[in-house]
Design a protein around this ligand. Structure first.
Ligand code: ZN
Length: 319
């Protein structure tokens, strides 16, 4: 099977009308991600006392790391991740107080037993779509739904240590299935989230590897109006991609995004209906044996959560 996204949709056919935007993004994005790599390579992310002014001028590639260390994670993240944690922010552990982050763990283990419910069509503004999908799994049966909830818990812990208020769209066995994609979007809207992230892992072919962050494209139809969130969501997504790359070592996708780790989509209800800055992340391909070995590792999932946290914290501190 070729690429399937978080809702098992094939990529949308290229629309000539959107051609110039697509080209512009493709031209801009590699530079942004390359900027990250170069910046990190010269030590920008590792120093505990590096001034924020050392960052590249471009906001999209601005350093997420401020002057001095806040408390390091005691939860066993890697040396690189701990270093990044040390290096963040203004040193005040509660410096994200008042900021709200919504984490959406993709899919739900219960969806497998509630196929009629999750197949119900919901309105995502641009069109109608299934309420939710089962999500994918590794060949050994480790489900995407379990993966996303585990990473969400790790990410919640990291963000709460920074003082943020964190809300999950689903947790434990609640709800028993779903929520539907429109509800997942509205959850972030109702929480007035300063940032929202939907966590996924992909189900593509063996040999397809790497992560990608999905950014909302501009849509204005029905209840969908992303025009105000495209800019901040793109900023959020680039920060998450850069930090995820550094903290996990996972390469950008080799099968979508042209090596940038970034893909823009207009077919996802969770993005189309969002009124707050939001991105999806596909952490890797569960159907690839090399990626599956990472995705099933608790130590790697901690790095993944750290990468997301670093990107979100960077966005919240500078937005
Ligand atoms: Zn998914």
């Amino acid at each position: 099977m070729s690429y399937t996204g978080p809702e098992f949709e094939p990529p949308q056919p290229r629309r000539p009308r959107r051609g110039p935007l697509t080209v512009a993004l493709a031209a801009l994005v590699p530079g942004a991600l390359l900027g990250w790599v170069v910046y990190e390579a010269v030590g920008g992310g590792g120093g505990a006392d590096r001034a924020a002014s050392a960052a590249p001028a471009s906001r999209t590639s601005a350093a997420p790391f401020g002057a001095s260390g806040s408390s390091a994670s005691p939860t066993g993240s890697s040396a690189a991740s701990s270093s990044a944690q040390d290096a963040k922010g203004d040193g005040a552990p509660g410096s994200l107080a008042g900021k709200v982050v919504v984490i959406d763990p993709g899919h739900n283990q219960g969806n497998f037993q509630h196929t009629a419910e999750i197949n119900r069509q919901v309105d995502i503004g641009t069109n109608k779509k299934e309420c939710d999908t089962t999500g994918t799994s590794t060949n050994d049966g480790y489900t995407e739904a379990r993966f996303t909830l585990d990473v969400a818990h790790r990410l919640r812990t990291l963000l709460e240590k920074q003082g943020a208020t964190v809300k999950l769209t689903r947790d434990g066995n609640t709800p028993a299935w779903g929520p539907c994609v429109d509800e997942r979007a509205r959850f972030g809207n109702n929480a007035r989230a300063d940032a929202a992230i939907s966590i996924h892992a992909d189900g593509s072919a063996e040999g397809d590897r790497g992560f990608h962050v999905i950014l909302p494209g501009s849509v204005h139809a029905g209840a969908a109006d992303t025009r105000k969130i495209v800019g901040p969501s793109t900023d959020l997504g680039k920060r998450i991609a850069g930090n995820f790359l550094r903290d996990t070592g996972e390469p950008p996708s080799n099968y979508v995004g042209k090596g940038t780790g970034l893909v823009t989509r207009t077919d996802l209800g969770g993005l189309n209906l969002s009124t707050v800055p939001k991105v999806f992340i596909e952490c890797g391909n569960m159907r690839d044996s090399k990626d599956a070995a990472l995705l099933t590792s608790g130590a790697w999932r901690q790095k993944a959560a750290q990468g997301m946290s670093d990107g979100i914290v960077s966005f919240l501190r500078e937005s």
